[in-house]
Write a new protein. Sequence first.
Length: 378
Amino acid sequence: SLSTMADSLESATLRAERERASFDVQRMAVAWLGSAEAAALATEAGQRLLGMGELYERKENYKLGKYDRYVRTAARVSDFVARLRPGAEMASLSGAQKLALYHAAFPVGNNVDIHEGMFTPTIRLQGSDEQQKQWLPACESRAILGSYCQTEIGHGSDVAGLETQAMFDKEKGEFELQTPTVRATKWWPKGVGRTVTHAVVYARLRLPQPDGSVMDKGVKAFLVQLRDLETGENLPGVRSGDIGPTIGAVESEQGWVAFDRVRLPRSALLCRYGEVRPDGSYEERGGRGTAKRGYSTMMKVRSEFAFMSAQYLAQACAIAVRYCAVRRQFPKRDVAGEDMQVLDYQSVQVRTLPWVATAYALRFTGRKMLRLYYDAER
């Protein structure tokens, strides 16, 4: 068939390009993935993924609207988790094999990866020993799913300017969580619109004083339940939704959430580095400078942005460069009956190859940033 002939021609052309490389292709793969073991795991995961069925094919993605992509990705997540349960087909895989397969199955993320990437680590880093004992088992079993709500419409990197408020009510021993302005709406957190059950919400801790004034203790992290665990409906005072079409996160729900006098128990404040006492006073913990560790999850994610950007850019480069290698245009001057590969034109090379180099630069920079972060945490 015409399709088979085209596939054969493309395969032969790409094979010839790889054979002409001035470097060892396998060694370059090891450099990209970090080790020979990681390269072997990625190859194995790719082969395994080919046998996992139509749900894991992505050819039709760009024909789908955002909501349909969301539903399809959610179905893929459910199927993937089911395959890993005890007694299931992939339960015996090692942890490294499962992780490699996860990255192969979800190359641009999914609706709930923020649970593992930001929500659970924040509880580990900022929760007290008691809070960790209470919440981590539910996180690890996925009895709850969480998001991370820091960015607001009006403030992103300017964490000190966040406007969401958590006012302490000493009489009831509770906080009242409030979105005081439209600018204070939490904006962009993955999964928060309709998927996750809980979120770590960053809000200004406000403590009423005996003289009638209110002390602002700065931005702190609160663990907030957003939805009923049985029905999935928003709890009273919680409003949320999807922010709409996005360019990058094409398979995930990016959401918004606002709060109207939502009551939280005193234990909702993640209190590894500071706690509100029943009398309304605030007790610092951990010594000078430890409060800044409350933002360490975002530092980790910023490091991951560089690393992940390399992956996304590399995917785009692979599509562009491979296409330019197999696409032919205008006859060769020295070979009768054969057209030039588009990639052989200098004007094309100058528009594509620097981006390949940039992908490698981002990859190595992101890896270094993550090592620095984990060294600091240790």
